[in-house]
Design a protein around this ligand. Structure first.
Ligand SMILES: Cc1cc2nc3c(=O)[nH]c(=O)nc-3n(C[C@H](O)[C@H](O)[C@H](O)COP(=O)(O)OP(=O)(O)OC[C@H]3O[C@@H](n4cnc5c(N)ncnc54)[C@H](O)[C@@H]3O)c2cc1C
Length: 397
């Protein structure tokens, strides 16, 4: 069922309905595909189409630019619900948002009209290209991709790596150095379409988890980007990139929370049924304590995440901190809870016949991308002891 909100965006009741639709779709269409998506390691176009048909790719996009106009809180709940069953599918929704955020934050009205309706509807797949082989956490300090102005065009040269959905994307937000003498203030943001001359998809990564989400290298060889595709003034790209991460980290926290909840649900059901020493293992106090600790971590992650999402909705000045708190807690919870879920299933937990080993592999990435857990700690520490904490100010924070 497609969601057709009024131009002002959906009401609280509409948002509850969106989540009902998502739960039904996840149960009937996504969960049965999850193991196969992981096994084949391919972008699941059927699931992408399903999300597009049900208006799930543009939940938090402004209604005036073709989005659903939903709250950020609803958006993270959608990612959480999908990720309970399939982290690769949850990531599709989160990365559509990630790829569009720089346009929402820094784009002109014309740029928003040109791109957002197509990304929101799913006609365009979006991606976000900040990282390079030598520039991950230190995103600005070591960036090498150059953009040089020639008339009405910027010519991009360089390589981006680890780009989620890069191989299937129609539009990519790309960050490149326009003035190498200005450090972070010499970086600019561009919308690059896959048809622009000089744009090429490079090597696809073979990964531990989120195997249904393609991750690849992008190559720019004298890639011609119209100057009209620069987002915001020249030199503001790094600030935009960081503002994007403030709003996209809660999406990753939602993916992590969903993975953790999915693993906890599976492990609890298993513990109720699996017999050992004449009774269900869930009647053994050692297992009960594990399950109780898992529940605490999951609920604590949820509270932090929903608070961070509210901060997004309010454009709160302490959003950077709350996004880091939520991402750090949910990512670590996903790793711990999925590892414990594998333990509760014993040997069966280690088998691909059961979903928890996939969940454990999928959980790991939530501690790495969109700023590693160490970078989240730096951000949090800065709120306590000031800017001196951590690296040189060009890190992903
Ligand atoms: C599957 C996948 C998908 C991705 N998708 C995208 C995407 O769509 N777009 C994009 O732009 N990027 C993407 N990335 C890149 C990701 O954001 C980076 O891998 C991440 O930011 C870490 O950078 P790095 O790998 O270069 O590690 P490094 O920065 O080299 O870090 C190595 C280790 O050192 C630690 N470290 C670094 N600096 C500090 C410090 N100051 N203090 C303490 N510890 C520190 C790190 O935490 C880490 O443990 C993706 C990565 C993966 C694996």
């Amino acid at each position: 069922m497609a969601i057709a909100p009024p131009p002002s965006g959906p009401s609280a009741e509409d948002e509850a309905m969106i989540l009902e639709v998502v739960r039904d779709l996840v149960r009937e269409r996504v969960a049965p595909r999850a193991a196969d998506i992981d096994d084949k390691g391919e972008f699941a176009r059927d699931i992408y189409k399903l999300f597009a048909e049900n208006d799930l790719l543009g939940v938090p996009f402004p209604a005036e630019y073709g989005g659903v106009g939903g709250s950020f809180l609803t958006y993270v709940k959608v990612v959480e619900e999908v990720s309970k069953a399939c982290a690769s599918s949850g990531l599709m929704i989160a990365v559509q948002e990630l790829g569009a955020l720089a346009i929402i934050i820094a784009g002109s009205d014309e740029q928003k009209r040109r791109y957002l309706p197509k990304i929101s509807s799913g006609e365009y797949i979006a991606a976000y290209a900040l990282s390079e082989a030598g520039s991950g956490s230190d995103a600005a300090g070591s960036m090498r991709t150059r953009a040089e102005k020639k008339g009405d065009t910027y010519v991009l040269n360089g390589n981006k790596v680890w780009i989620t959905q890069g191989s299937v994307a129609d539009v990519i937000t790309v960050f490149a150095v326009t003035d190498p003498d200005k450090g972070p203030n010499g970086i600019s943001a561009f919308v690059v379409e896959k048809t622009f001359p000089g744009f090429k998809v490079g090597k696809l990564e073979k990964k531990m988890g989120i195997r249904g989400s393609p991750t690849c290298e992008l190559i720019f060889e004298n890639c011609e980007v119209p100057a009209a595709n620069m987002l915001g003034p020249e030199g503001t790209g790094f600030k935009t990139a960081m503002k994007v991460l403030d709003k996209s980290r809660p999406g990753i926290a939602a993916q992590a929370l969903g993975i953790a909840q999915g693993a906890l649900d599976y492990a609890a059901n298993y513990a109720r049924e699996r017999m050992a020493f004449g009774k269900p293992i869930g009647q053994q106090q050692g297992i009960q304590f594990m399950l109780a600790d898992m529940r605490v971590e999951v609920e604590a992650s949820r509270l932090l995440l929903y608070e961070a999402a509210r901060k997004c909705d309010e454009s709160s000045p302490d959003l950077t901190l709350w996004a880091a708190l939520a991402k750090l807690k949910a990512g670590d919870t996903a790793m711990k809870v999925t590892t414990d879920a594998v333990q509760i299933l014993g040997g069966f937990g280690y088998s691909t016949e059961y979903p928890v080993e996939r969940m454990m592999r999928d959980a790991k990435i939530t501690q790495i991308y969109e700023g590693t857990q160490q970078i989240q700690r730096l951000v949090i520490a800065r709120s306590l002891v000031g800017k001196g904490a951590g690296s040189n100010g060009s890190a992903k924070n």
